[in-house]
Design a binder for this molecule. Structure first.
Ligand SMILES: [Zn+2]
Length: 355
């Protein structure tokens, strides 16, 4: 049995601490108050999350059971703009759409993420065993965040100024992919392992959207949270895998701090060692590999990243450990002299990760 790191599982929110800190510093009085509350709530949810039990042991990639047709299983709850979870059940699996479009959006986007993992990687839900996916919409009042708390998703509506929604394809895919990491042996949410955890969530968040829209690597926007920023904010999204560091530049939110190369790696004690910042480096490596390979990014680049998560079995993996493993799994799947292996090496080299 491998050790697990249940003691230090933090909450995985879409809104990184550096954005909350920027609002605390630069926002108006209301926004500063909101940011203080967000920071406080993050601590409370972190405590809840610590109680959620991670899997005791990791047995490798889950395989589909023979003779049993895998099927998605969803429940969407209305949080009633209150803090308690999950709230009131408003739509279960197979039921018709309801009047609230936000409920239907979450239901559909959750299905898109499920379909990516099942169709492409033969994984039946987050745990590989058909786990029921529980989501709560309208969580708290004017709440500027979305999170996976270890057992369910919750989405705020946004305050309408800085953020207009948190129900967006790459955000849903990002948060649910934290569940996949959790059930795949996990990556500690700290330093480089934490940045790899964040990056895996971004990669598969973006791939969920690309797969639903059937976009090629060249057509995709490679943005995380496109369209969630409010009307007054100067920016496109929370993060850009194509050009880390350029997603937003705003008087209140500050500037996107993500590096795209090891030369700009940020050594910091905040944000669990910069997990939402340094994730720009592996994000960009994935983007580069996808561009080199062309076509649909989920087919080859996504398969390499997915396989790596299933076999690395190292919750404290560094960027180097992860990069080495991507080359190894590419070699196994595509052959030692394949262009997939050559391009994987080249992508890591271009972001300054030595192999
Ligand atoms: Zn995250």
């Amino acid at each position: 049995m491998k050790p697990h790191y249940g003691c230090c599982h933090p909450i995985q929110c879409i809104l990184p601490p550096h954005v909350v800190d920027a609002i605390k510093m630069r926002g108006d009085a209301d926004q500063r108050k909101m940011a203080e509350a967000l920071a406080k709530q993050a601590t409370e949810i972190r405590e809840e999350r610590e109680e959620a039990t991670p899997p005791d042991s990791f047995m490798g990639a889950p395989v589909l059971a023979m003779g049993v047709a895998p099927a998605v299983s969803r429940e969407v709850y209305d949080g009633g703009r209150r803090a308690s979870l999950p709230g009131t059940l408003v739509r279960s699996e197979g039921e018709d759409p309801v009047d609230d479009p936000v409920v239907n959006q979450v239901y559909d986007l959750t299905g898109d993420v499920y379909n990516l993992y099942l169709d492409v990687y033969r994984r039946n839900s987050l745990d590989g065993q058909g786990l029921l996916i529980v989501s709560t919409v309208h969580h708290r009042r004017r709440y500027n965040n979305a999170f996976w708390n270890g057992s369910q998703m919750a989405y705020g509506d946004g305050d309408g100024t800085l953020f207009q929604t948190f129900v967006e394809a790459s955000v849903v895919g990002h948060e649910l992919s934290h569940g996949v990491v959790q059930y795949s042996g996990g990556l500690a949410y700290k330093d480089q392992a934490g940045a790899l955890n964040e990056s895996f969530a971004d990669v598969f968040g973006s791939l969920s959207k690309q797969y639903a829209l059937r976009q090629t690597a060249a057509e995709a926007d490679w943005l995380i949270g496109q369209g969630i920023l409010g009307p007054d904010v100067h920016g496109l999204a929370l993060r850009s895998m194509k050009a880390p560091g350029t997603a937003y530049e705003d008087t209140v939110l500050g500037k996107d701090p993500q590096p795209y190369h090891m030369d700009f790696y940020l050594n910091t004690s905040s944000d669990n060692g910069g997990v939402h910042i340094n994730s720009g480096i592996p994000n960009h490596a994935f983007y580069l590999l996808s561009q080199y390979l062309g076509g649909y990014a989920w087919e080859k680049a996504g398969q390499i990243w997915y396989d790596t998560m299933q076999v690395i079995n190292n919750p404290l993996a560094t960027f180097n450990n992860w990069a080495d493993k991507t080359v190894e799994v590419a070699r196994e799947r595509f052959g030692a002299r394949s262009m997939e292996v050559a391009f994987t090496r080249r992508a890591w080299k271009l972001v300054g990760v030595d192999l």
